[in-house]
Design a protein around this ligand. Sequence first.
Ligand code: 0GY
Length: 294
Amino acid sequence: MSDRIVSWHTSPSKPNFVPPPGAVDAHCHVFGPMALHPFSAKAKYLPEDAGPDMLFALRDHLGFSKNVIVQASCHGTDNAATLDAIAKSNGKARGVAVVDPDISEEGLADLHAGGMRGIRFNFLKRLVDNAPKDKFLEVSKRLPKGWHVVIYFEADILEELRPFMDAIPVPLVIDHMGRPDVTQGPDGADMKAFRRFLESREDIWFKPTCPDRLDAIKEGGKGDPWNAFAEAVAPLVADYQDRVIWGTDWPHPNMQDEIPDDGHIVDMIPRIAPTAELQHKLLVDNPNRLYWAD
Ligand code: 0GY
């Protein structure tokens, strides 16, 4: 494994956009600290430490109130780092776990007590070796009450995943809209396919997130200020405004070439959700319904 990666901006700007009171950064991660929470032997990247203190300082700097911490692939199925961060948040964080599908009922109950409200299935081959659909489906049928499944995939396997996703009996939350090619525009083939999927069930939520990944120069985009992303994504947010949640994606796993400024990431919010009403749904109402319903 190569040297440890710093994938985040070390002095992000203060955004111009001021999030509404109670705003939730509903997609972020913690890395380590490694001395306390070693990375998985199967990790595909080895990051520098980006622990809870750093996450909470960023939350305050950007003007957010709460976090949903998604277990990152570099920690495998050992959720200790994410649980530790939730425990240190004074009730201001909840989480999404990654589990061994054979996890016991007690194991799931412990995760619930630790603040987890969902599990994540990651289908990105560059991040995980194995994504067993049959086992994922089995565990999705015995989740604690009120939980959901977060799914991370790329647009080219959306159709292939449909039978699997259609069979999951709890709400679905799709990371980064299933990574459409935003340079195709709001009516491009990827956006159309994603819209068809959203129309298939009313309990599919999604994150209109990661302009830095989806509109990156190396992905064929133009980079910050991510105009193609704003143009492609704003109509989707308007049309599905009760099913969207938003997050920074800090500490931006793997983003080494075009490390995003988190202040600029936050300034994308009014470009995809231009009214105060939309912003309140995206940042306050919707994430609270999913993560703080109890
Ligand atoms: C993201 C995206 C990525 C990484 C992970 O768990 C992870 O390592 O999710 C990625 O590399 O695209 O949402 O954090």
